[in-house]
Ligand binder design. Structure first.
Ligand code: SF4
Length: 73
């Protein structure tokens, strides 16, 4: 269960759907390669949003035409 406290990102753990997207990305080469970079990046939040572009990264990494806002991929 996802618990949101106020507007901060002080919370907790990603929900089950997020974990499912992450698992699916293991089978999508482009997404896997990009997501590995995001996982090592200081801008990826606990809830898997990028604090530079505001996007939900487990899905953004699948979109071929997009890019990292600081050119990490
Ligand atoms: S998209 Fe770029 S800036 Fe954002 S979390 Fe991934 S690597 Fe970091």
């Amino acid at each position: 269960m996802l618990v949101i406290k106020g507007r901060s990102n002080t919370v907790v753990e990603p929900d089950e759907k997020t974990l499912e997207y992450e698992k699916e990305n293991e089978d999508i080469p482009l997404a896997k390669q990009r997501y590995e970079i995001c996982k090592g990046c200081e801008h990826l939040t606990k809830l898997r949003f990028c604090d530079k572009c505001g996007c939900f990264m487990p899905l953004k990494v699948r979109i071929q035409s997009v890019s990292c806002p600081i050119q990490n991929w």
